[in-house]
Design a protein around this ligand. Structure first.
Ligand code: P6P
Length: 282
């Protein structure tokens, strides 16, 4: 596991450099989910595969940018699912983006995730690693290495809210719940980048990120293996919760590698509100 995390540090440094120097334009290809790829999506995916292919404990990897898994080592212990560059459409407007990694044992079901990590490519290059606890690292530009900063913990309740999705497609009970949070005084914090949006909630100590099922996305938009399971692991290890509206995210399985799910991640107070809203709604 240590070797995987060390490789993720190298991946972060190389992708950060690519973001600053490479073409931010669109490639002439789409990924399996039908998203038009940015050239940096392809470059980032190549960087991740290059590094993880060198780790003998990794049995298999699967990328959000590719249809199928890649078997690396028959005797490897870990299965790694990753989104090499989440939110890449935000790069050309100079907003923060990220990479997300889920480390699993056996297969990619939520219950089999054993660690997670994500990278924030923002004004500062930061890495969060979740194993038993959640640890924040920051890249020191002079020393050219990541330095440990602190452990991240969520309070029982926060003050910020990231309401994702197309509002005109929200179900009425979801819209009412979101409106009620704002009536309680929650501040809107939503960039359209899952990684910085969730990173902000973690660093501010609490709040709610919601990407619900809606009429345009009946199974939500965010991918289980590459985005939702890893962040659910991070939030649970930081003392928060992650649900699909009724179930803990990490109790969910998958049928296909690119399955999506509705997701709500945050502090206990906010998740309790979601559970009360969604009880019996499915
Ligand atoms: P919407 C980025 O494309 C992404 O996958 C996540 O990073 C982000 O949370 C979500 O989509 C934003 O989706 O529908 O609000 O633009």
């Amino acid at each position: 596991m240590t070797e995987i995390m060390d490789r993720i540090k190298n991946i972060a440094i190389e992708i950060s450099s690519a973001i600053k120097t490479q073409d931010t334009g669109k490639a002439d290809t789409c990924n399996i989910s039908g998203d038009v790829q940015a050239k940096l999506d392809v470059i980032s995916d190549e960087i991740v595969e290059k590094h993880l292919s060198c780790v003998s404990s990794v049995a298999q990897i699967i990328s959000e940018e590719k249809e199928d898994a890649l078997t690396l080592n028959e005797n490897g212990k870990y299965f790694v699912a990753y989104d090499p560059l989440d939110g890449s459409s935000l790069i050309d407007v100079n907003l923060s983006v990220g990479s997300i990694f889920g480390i699993y044992k056996g297969d990619y079901a939520g219950e089999n995730i054993v660690a997670a990590a994500y990278v924030v490519y923002g004004p500062r290059l930061e890495l969060v690693v979740a194993r038993d606890t959640v640890e924040l690292f920051r890249f020191n530009e002079e020393k050219k290495e990541f330095e440990y900063i602190k452990e991240l913990r969520l309070s029982e309740k926060g003050k910020i809210l990231g309401p994702g999705g197309t509002q005109k497609c929200w179900y009425p009970y979801h819209k009412k719940m979101i409106d009620n949070f704002f009536k309680e005084g929650y501040r809107l914090r939503y960039s359209g980048g899952m990684v910085p949006d969730l990173h902000q909630i973690l660093l501010k100590g609490g709040g709610l990120f919601a990407y619900p099922a809606a009429t345009d996305k009946p199974k939500g938009k965010l991918r289980k293996l590459f985005e939702v399971f890893p962040f659910a692991y991070v939030f649970e290890r930081a003392g928060g919760l992650a649900i699909d509206g009724e179930n803990n995210i990490l109790t969910l399985g998958y049928e296909h590698y690119h399955d999506t799910t509705s997701c709500f991640l945050g502090s206990n107070y906010e998740i309790e509100k979601v559970l009360n809203t969604y009880k019996g709604k499915k």
